[in-house]
Structures are given as C-alpha cells and as structure tokens.
Design a protein around this ligand. Structure first.
Ligand SMILES: Nc1ncnc2c1ncn2[C@@H]1O[C@H](COP(=O)(O)OP(=O)(O)OP(=O)(O)O)[C@@H](O)[C@H]1O
Ligand SMILES: [Mg+2]
Length: 394
C-alpha cells in the first residue's frame, strides 16, 4: 500500500518548515509530509494526490491566508475528501471561522499558534489513530456487507436447488405411486376373488390368478429395487470396489440366465469375443448389473424371431462390449431422453415384460462411477446397439 500523506498549508515558510520538522520528529518516515503555501495550491495538490490513489488522513491548515481563508479551504477539502481529518492552526481565527470549519468541514481540532509541542504531538497522534480506527471499521463493514451479499446469494441458490429437488421428489412420488397402484390393485382384486370363491374356482383358474399375483409382486419388487439403487447412487452411498475383473464369465452367466426368456420369444442370442479372457477395471456386481439391464432391454424391446449379438473386442487401451438388437430402434428424440429418470420411451416391451424406465439411468450413473463409457447407436426401424467401454486391465 502507498504511504499516506499529511498536508500542511500555511502562507509562512518558517511555519511550514517547523511543522514539517515537528511531524518528521514525531512520526519518522511512516507518512509523506506535503506542504502548500496557499489554499488554491493545496486544493490542486489534494486533487492530484487523490487521483493518483494516495490517501490523505490529515490536513493541518492556517486560517488567515491570501486568496482563500482556512475555514473555506477546509470546507472545500471536506467536499472532495470527507474522510480526511482537519486541524486548524492559527493565531487569529475568529470564533465564527472555527464554527464554520466545525460545521461545514467537520473540523477535528483547533490549535492556537504558537503551539505547545506536547499538545500538538498528542493531537496529531490521536488524529492519526482515530483515522486508522475509522478506516478499519469501514473495511470491516465493507467486508461484512460483501459477506452478507455472498451468503444471501448462496442461500438463494440453495433455495432454488431445494425447490427443484422438492418438485422432482413430488414428480417422483407421483410416478412411483402410479406404478405401484396397478399391480397392487391386481393383487387386491384377485386375492378378494380367491377369498370369496375359494371352493368354486377351478384349479386352472386359481393357478392363473396366482401367477398374475406373482407377476404383480415381481413388478413392485423390481420398482422398489430400482428406487433403492437410484437413492443409493444419488446419495453417494453406493459401494464400488474397482479391481481386475474378467468380463467374459459375467457375460456368459447372463446369457445363460436369459436363454429361457430368449427361447420363449424365439430370439437367437449370438456371442463372439476376440479373446478368451478380457480383463477390465471394474466391480463385479456393478458390471453385472449394467450388462443385465442392456441385455434385458435388448430382449424386452425386440420382436419375436430376431437376433441379438453380443460382441467383445479390444479398442485402443479399452475393452468394448457391444449389444446389438434388431428391435424397433430409437428416434433421435428418444435417444436424447434415453438415460434420464423414468424414461419410458416409444418402444414398448414386446412380451408383456415390466418397464420402470429407470434401468438406463442407473446404468449411466454406474458406468460413470467405473470411469467407463456407455453410448447408444440407433436408427428408427433398424435396431439398436449399446456399447460399453471399460478400461483394459493388462
Ligand atoms: N434396446 C432397446 N431398443 C429399443 N428401445 C429401448 C431399448 N433399450 C431401452 N429402450 C427404451 O428406453 C426406455 C428406457 O429404458 P430403461 O432400461 O431405462 O427402462 P425400462 O427398460 O423401461 O425399465 P427397467 O427399469 O426395468 O430397465 C425403455 O422404456 C424403452 O422405451
Ligand atoms: Mg431396462
């Protein structure tokens, strides 16, 4: 920070000299002492110093000067530099002049000439101390105000996020309630029917009712599991331990699990791999969950008698797994929403499977946690290919 200035104004050279000497003796070189021989010159000096960014804590001025008297001079100083403390130092100032200076220039002190050195020194020290205190308070308040503005803005932003979250939660609850209502009412009405006519219902009919109840319970269970996953992902509570992992046994196990379902829909599952062991960096359960959703989607949205191709191959320092189906494909508009929450899009399940619209949202989040990638390439009526890209572990 630049040194601060003390300005002495007097039309008598000797006074200016002794003021300067006294101030240097008192303050050392902690302040720059400037002098001016009349008020007009002093005003010029002040304007010049202020425009160069200097601070002027104190002005000591004579009263009787040619061109402009001390009270008028200090009044003008007050207009351009209100924080500067002003001391009037004169032998002949009238009460009126001092009164004017107090009233219009907020005069700090009046010191009669010739001055008493002890009194003078004390007054100057006090003035500079008081200026410093005021400046500190001013900085403190400016800082406080800035902090209040920042905190208010932070609070506003947080409030907006909370409002958005609240809205999202309400939508979320609406969808969940709606999705639970259908299977629950099926269970309620069928179990009521069974209770009412337990002795009259033929066995086959009873079996049909029980299967519907089982499907409805599975649907609800599915939804609740997905909701748990979404909640765990969003609250950062999902535990992921990345380690060396062979991708191929996981894919084989899933193909085995889905083989019955594929047979029912007369869909052929094809598998090919460039290698017999494909090591990636991943977490077994998570990788399995990701592949499960992509494979289940391919089966769920493919019409009967189609093919699904699962290919594993190396690409640069990664291993890719591609799941290609010959299903309805996705429009560009649908592709935009594909990884969103509750995105049940134009393609609908072809074999009465259940759909919550959460699978790909979960896939995307999990893939991100593994530092892997997932994307979809598709054209309407030309099938869909999902590609997963994992970091190779060699
Ligand atoms: N292979 C695909 N072919 C065509 N459409 C698909 C395919 N995969 C996903 N979709 C579309 O994207 C939507 C979102 O899929 P996502 O896996 O997120 O949810 P879901 O399959 O409906 O339900 P779940 O939560 O049980 O997985 C689906 O409803 C479907 O419309
Ligand atoms: Mg799905």
């Amino acid at each position: 920070m630049a040194k601060q200035i003390i300005l002495c104004v007097d039309d008598e050279h000797t006074i200016l000299d002794s003021l300067k000497l006294e101030l240097i003796k008192l303050l050392g070189d902690s302040y720059i002492i400037e002098t001016a021989e009349d008020a007009l010159e002093a005003l010029e000096v002040i304007e010049n110093l202020l425009s160069r960014g200097y601070e002027i804590p104190l002005i000591i001025s004579d009263h009787i000067m040619p061109e402009m008297k001390g009270d008028e001079f200090l009044r003008r100083v007050h207009q351009i530099s209100p924080k500067t403390l002003k001391i009037m130092l004169t032998g002949q100032a009238s009460i009126d002049a001092v009164g004017n200076a107090i009233k219009y220039a907020r005069l700090y002190r009046y010191i009669p000439k010739p001055w008493d050195v002890t009194d003078f020194d004390l007054t100057i020290k006090e003035a500079l101390h008081s200026y410093e205190q005021e400046r500190k308070i001013e900085y403190f308040y400016a800082d406080l105000e800035q902090k209040i503005v920042e905190r208010t803005q932070e609070l506003q932003e947080k409030n907006e996020i909370l409002l958005k979250l609240d809205q999202e939660k309400n939508e979320f609850l609406g969808i969940v309630a709606h999705d639970l209502k259908n299977p629950l009412s099926a269970i309620k009405s069928l179990s009521g029917e069974i209770e009412r006519s337990i002795n009259k219902i033929p066995q086959l009919q009873l079996l049909k009712f029980i299967r519907i109840i089982q499907i409805a319970s599975r649907q609800m269970f599915n939804l609740i599991n997905n909701l748990f996953d979404v909640n765990a992902i969003e609250s950062g509570k999902i535990n992921i331990t990345c380690q060396r992992l062979n991708l191929l046994p996981i894919i084989h196990a899933l193909l085995e699990i889905y083989s019955d379902r594929a047979r029912e829909k007369q869909i052929h599952l094809h598998f090919s791999s460039e290698f017999s062991e494909g090591y990636v960096l991943g977490d077994e359960n998570i990788v399995q969950q990701i592949l499960d959703n992509l494979l289940s989607n391919a089966l769920k949205y493919s019409p009967y008698h189609k093919n699904i191709y699962v290919r594993v191959y190396a690409y640069q320092n990664c291993i890719r797994c591609e799941i290609q189906d010959q299903g309805p494909g996705l429009s560009a508009e649908d592709q935009q929403k594909l990884f969103g929450k509750f995105s049940r899009l134009t393609p609908r399940p072809t074999g009465q499977e259940h759909s919550t619209g959460l699978g790909l949202f979960i896939v995307k989040k999990l893939v991100e946690r593994l530092n892997a990638k997932v994307w979809c390439e598709s054209q309407l009526n030309q099938g869909t290919t999902f590609t997963l890209e994992f970091i190779k572990f060699s």
